[in-house]
Design a protein around this ligand. Structure first.
Ligand SMILES: Cc1ncc(C[n+]2csc(CCOP(=O)(O)OP(=O)(O)O)c2C)c(N)n1
Ligand SMILES: [Mg+2]
Length: 283
């Protein structure tokens, strides 16, 4: 459970992350907006509540690690990192521009706070397993967090990693599957359905639950429960909406990699301002 104040604070932070996602993508005119907006609530809970990190010392040996395997959601991670104080917000507006340290997909050699380079779908799952094994070998109690897409989970590599995590009893690996029902070409169910994804991860030997991925309290509670696991990795399946927060984008396959011009930016920010107002008024 979260206090009422903390719940409001995290929901407002998620909304701020969404605003930064819109502004940074609008600054270059195009980007992976849909799958960035769908994980904003998760990132608020991770970076502003659950994760043991030090923004002034991003490589701190005792930190918790985050692998965003759906590396095209870079703009979401960068927005969260900037708000958390890893770097100045002004850097966000270099997104994907020449010589930037914020390429559209996550790059651990460029961005403070990025723990693994990702973008080739599926690979982050194996990397997270390796990081979790490595931290355990070093005697660390750090958690490794992993964010997967639902379309991404059609990759065979995700399931090899899932087997390996269970075999190695990686209780400090906590994964999230952003079940926003859409991939590039349309509905995941129509392209190649994941079926009963909760049952599948359970069958692979993971603690598995499904939660509302836009409810900061449900996310917090699920992560706290996952932290009590003794011998299994945990998979928290997030019931989410691609493009969450912007009326024009919500549930639209076309928001995967969308153009945002100045007019659309204003429209998106107006939607998010309305959400902020409602949150502050307790609606
Ligand atoms: C191995 C690989 N194949 C294809 C791509 C191109 N690609 C980038 S994002 C994407 C769709 C991913 O869908 P999903 O995981 O559902 O992402 P989200 O809805 O969260 O944006 C694809 C096919 C890639 N990055 N890597
Ligand atoms: Mg998806």
């Amino acid at each position: 459970m979260l206090s009422k104040d903390k719940k409001l604070e995290l929901a407002l932070t998620a909304n701020e992350i969404r605003k930064e996602i819109i502004k940074t993508i609008a600054s270059i005119g195009v980007g992976h907006v849909g799958g960035s907006l769908s994980i904003a609530d998760l990132l608020a809970v991770l970076y502003f509540d659950e994760m043991r990190v030090d923004p002034k010392n991003p490589k701190w040996e005792d930190r918790d690690w985050l692998v965003c395997s759906k590396g095209h959601a870079g703009p979401a991670i960068y927005s969260a990192l900037a708000l958390r104080g890893y770097f100045d917000k002004s850097m966000l507006y270099t997104l994907n521009k020449p010589n930037t340290n914020l390429p559209s997909h996550c790059d651990m050699k460029k961005t403070p706070g990025i723990d693994m380079t990702t973008g080739s779908l599926g690979q982050g799952a194996s990397a997270a397993v390796g990081i979790a094994v490595g931290n355990r070998l070093k005697g660390k109690d750090s958690y490794t967090y992993l964010i997967l897409g639902d379309g991404e989970s059609q990759e065979g590599q995700v399931w090899e990693a899932a087997l390996s995590a269970a075999q190695n009893k990686l209780s400090h690996l906590i994964a999230f599957l952003d079940n926003n029902k859409l991939q590039i070409d349309g509905l995941v169910d129509e392209v190649c359905s994941l079926g009963d994804i909760v049952a599948k991860f359970k069958a692979f030997g993971w603690n598995t639950v499904m939660v509302d991925g836009h409810d900061v309290e449900a996310l917090h509670d699920a992560i706290e429960a996952a932290k009590t696991s003794k011998d299994k990795p945990s998979m928290i399946v997030l019931d989410t909406i691609k493009g969450k927060g912007v009326k024009k984008f919500e549930g639209q396959a076309s928001c995967h990699n969308a153009n945002i011009n100045a007019d659309l930016e204003k429209e998106c920010l107006a939607d998010l301002d309305e959400i902020e107002k409602n949150l502050r008024e307790g609606k």
